[in-house]
Design a protein around this ligand. Structure first.
Ligand SMILES: [Zn+2]
Length: 90
């Protein structure tokens, strides 16, 4: 666990995600390394939300600060909903 108010290192945060080329939903940067940070349910298929490294770090930093303030457990990468594989039905 993180001691005091020391922030989790950027390397640790970035390593918690899988990175692929895409467009960031927040800053609109194209053809950059992005990670899936969420998904919108749709009638047909799924729309995933991709964010670039700078935006992921900002999102994680906000989340870590909130966790420290309210005493919630924090670990990087947990904003990502674990999406079932296509074709996998409960
Ligand atoms: Zn971005």
């Amino acid at each position: 666990m993180v001691e005091g108010d020391e922030a989790t290192s950027e390397d640790v945060v970035l390593a918690a995600y899988t990175w692929t080329a895409g467009t960031c939903f927040k800053c609109g940067r194209r053809d950059t390394r992005t990670a899936t940070v969420g998904a919108l349910p749709r009638a047909a298929g799924r729309l995933t939300i991709q964010a670039c490294q700078a935006c992921v770090l900002r999102l994680e930093r906000d989340r870590e600060h909130a966790a420290q303030r309210y005493g919630w457990p924090y670990s990087p990468g947990t904003t990502v909903e674990r999406l079932p594989d296509p074709g996998e039905n409960p």
